[in-house]
Design a protein around this ligand. Structure first.
Ligand code: 3NM
Length: 207
């Protein structure tokens, strides 16, 4: 059976806010997020593991999933629900060897060509971005936009997570263009009240 993802895919990345990852995760969960990705780009693997281990029981207490960005080894060591792989991380098959059949593997793509290739990768869900301009990712690829997203949706059968510059103003358009979920960092993490911003965005994207 295919993976069912909630419509909001919340990323635990403090950016430059100084917020602690655990506090951020707690606020996202309190606001209603039910899938979290832990993304600490500059953190050593040891720190990523410590944070994942600290956040996992919080996620479990809310019935939420925790996915670790980039590192299948860290995801496995933490007992997390899965890993999210970028184009330069381990190939999906290698990560599957580490994580087994039951854990979730997501895979980032940044163009129609990458998405088509990813279809047969064995990933449980695929991400496509950046949909809009973003400052949250170093060296982001060219913007895709909603009309290309709509066409790209038909290229794959896995759940498709749209990412990059998505805000409360655009989230519904992105879902209407065929994304199954919206992944968000700054629209929530930079909000003065993270819990409130999460709850508001969830309400906005509810069926
Ligand atoms: N990946 P925000 S864009 C982590 O294009 C990430 O694959 C992207 O953050 C991609 O919601 C991005 O603040 C940043 O724009 C998303």
């Amino acid at each position: 059976m295919g993976l069912a993802l909630p419509r909001l895919y919340a990323i635990v990345d403090p950016l430059d806010t100084g917020r602690a990852p655990r506090a951020l995760a707690a606020a996202l969960l309190a606001g209603g997020a039910r899938v979290l990705q832990l993304r600490l780009k500059d953190a050593p693997a040891r720190v990523l593991l410590e944070e994942a281990r600290a956040i996992l029981p919080l996620a479990r207490a809310h019935g939420a999933r925790l996915i670790v960005n980039d590192r299948a080894d860290v995801a496995a060591a933490a007992g997390a629900d899965g890993v999210h792989l970028g184009q330069e991380d381990l190939p999906v098959a290698a990560a599957r060897g580490i994580l087994g059949a039951e854990r979730i593997i997501g895979f980032s793509t940044h163009s129609e060509a990458q998405l088509e290739t990813a279809h047969a990768s064995g990933a449980d869900y695929l991400a496509l971005g950046p949909i809009f301009a973003t400052t949250s990712k170093a060296a982001a690829d060219p913007v895709i936009g909603c009309s290309r997203l709509r066409a790209a949706r038909a290229l794959v059968t896995q759940p498709l997570v749209a990412i990059g510059g998505i805000t409360p103003t655009t989230a519904r358009d992105v879902l209407a263009a065929g994304a199954d979920a919206v992944a968000v960092i700054s629209a929530i993490v930079r909000a003065p009240d993270v819990e409130r911003a999460t709850a508001d965005l969830l309400e906005l994207v509810a069926h």
